[in-house]
Design a protein around this ligand. Structure first.
Ligand SMILES: Cc1cc2nc3c(=O)[nH]c(=O)nc-3n(C[C@H](O)[C@H](O)[C@H](O)COP(=O)(O)OP(=O)(O)OC[C@H]3O[C@@H](n4cnc5c(N)ncnc54)[C@H](O)[C@@H]3O)c2cc1C
Length: 384
């Protein structure tokens, strides 16, 4: 089995967390996830079970049901879920634990934290982050969804698309423009919207190239009224909140990629050791094994940068340049790893239903989402 070397500094509690998640993946995810690829969603029970094990809110405050752990706990969760080989499962669960609810943990009032964090950490309620719009993806500042303060509360109009956990979510963190005069990044605020709010409609699940076990939907807000206290953090600061949580998303993507690379290499090692051609196993062909060794080296590089970034995050350092490097490097490396591994599987790798074929489809999104490679490299270039 291909394993990365563990850093000497990894403490005992995180080693335990890793083995707990790995066992959960083996027992509860791997045997069933193919069925979730077909249904396009993960059963709620999986969220609840992970919640009961304390694995969904590891970074969130202990007093609200979280684990109070550092950034590496998010990385380990992402790595181990991703090692399942089901990118959709890993994305749905990490969007919940590390990309949506985190906004409440970071900026919620004590009342908002008390209302939303305990059920989210317990996996009873599922979170979604709603930023992208039909005309605003990489360019978040272009978003047009509008929130207007009225006597009864905030009136929200607009739509969001490609939202992970969009169809099955309960707690939606929605970005909307509260100051129509302000240009670009200014005048955007965040709101916590609950499923069932009047004027809130959800499309059917969108059909995707990969990540098929995660549900993805378009959301519509038509004169949706939410209470005044649905505002998250300060009015007009939403863009900065989104950008700062994106940093965590990039770290988690480092973990998702590390786990996926390790799994793809693992699957390929197994295959090459048993597949015979030209009188010996493929593993005995130096050209073949060197290729896999090269993929292992690249994956280990991504993993090392991920762990370095996690440490920098915990030290409170400015890590925007390193996380942008990580996101670009991780997304692109994963493409190379899964495609090399698929190549080494031969025709079998091209067949629907083989893990490597699914992993190649799942991987594709990771040069686009969480900051497209080009956008990330521009962030790096600005800081060189
Ligand atoms: C499966 C899936 C799940 C998603 N989940 C969520 C979610 O939970 N919440 C959410 O808010 N959004 C979500 N998204 C949306 C995702 O964040 C966007 O797709 C992503 O930000 C890219 O935006 P876009 O699709 O509008 O592409 P565009 O912004 O139109 O960009 C298209 C391409 O142009 C290039 N490009 C863009 N900008 C630049 C630039 N400045 N310089 C050079 N090249 C550039 C890149 O190659 C990019 O891929 C999801 C999308 C998918 C497909």
């Amino acid at each position: 089995m291909f394993e990365f070397a563990e850093p000497a500094t990894l403490d005992e509690s995180l080693t335990l967390v890793r083995s707990q998640i790995r066992r959960f993946v083996e027992e509860r995810i791997s045997p069933q996830a193919e069925a979730w690829e077909q249904s396009g969603e993960i059963p709620r029970e999986i969220f609840r079970e992970l919640g009961r094990l304390g694995l969904l809110g590891m970074r969130h405050p202990i007093e609200y049901g979280g684990g109070g752990l550092g950034a590496l706990s998010s990385v380990i969760l992402a790595e181990e879920l991703s090692r399942s080989s089901f990118g959709g499962v890993a994305s749905a669960l990490t969007v919940h634990s590390d990309m949506s609810i985190s906004h409440i943990a970071h900026r919620g009032t004590p009342e908002q934290k008390a209302r939303y964090l305990p059920p989210a950490c317990a996996g009873e309620k599922v979170g979604a982050i709603c930023v992208t719009e039909p005309d605003a993806g990489s360019d978040v500042a272009g978003l047009k969804t509008r929130a207007t303060r009225t006597e009864k509360g905030w009136l929200i109009n607009g739509s969001k698309t490609f939202i992970t956990n969009g169809a099955l979510g309960d707690i939606y963190i929605v970005a909307a423009r509260t100051d129509p005069q302000a240009r670009g990044a200014r005048g955007v605020s965040l709101f916590v919207v609950e499923r069932g709010a009047e004027g809130f409609a959800i499309s059917g699940k969108l059909s995707k190239h990969g990540w098929r076990s995660s549900d993805t939907a378009t959301l519509f807000f038509e004169d949706m009224l939410v209470p005044h206290d649905a505002l998250l953090g300060e009015e007009g600061r939403g863009f900065y909140y989104i950008v700062s949580t994106f940093q965590n998303e990039r770290l988690v993507i480092g973990g998702l990629v590390s786990g996926a690379c390790a799994k793809a290499i693992d699957l390929t090692l197994d295959y090459l050791r048993q597949r015979k051609a030209f009188g010996k196993t493929l593993w005995e062909q130096p050209v073949v094994r060197n290729k896999l060794a090269w993929m292992g080296a690249k994956a280990a590089g991504v993993r090392a940068l991920t762990y370095q970034c996690a440490q920098m995050v915990d030290e409170g350092r400015d890590v925007v340049r390193e996380l942008s490097m990580l996101k670009a490097l991780a997304g692109e490396t994963l493409q190379e790893v899964v495609h090399t591994c698929l190549q080494l599987h031969g025709g079998v790798g091209y067949m629907i239903g083989t893990p490597i074929e699914r992993m190649a489809r799942d991987a594709r999104f990771l040069t686009i989402g969480g900051g497209a490679t080009e956008v990330m490299l521009e962030e790096v270039a600005k800081r060189l």
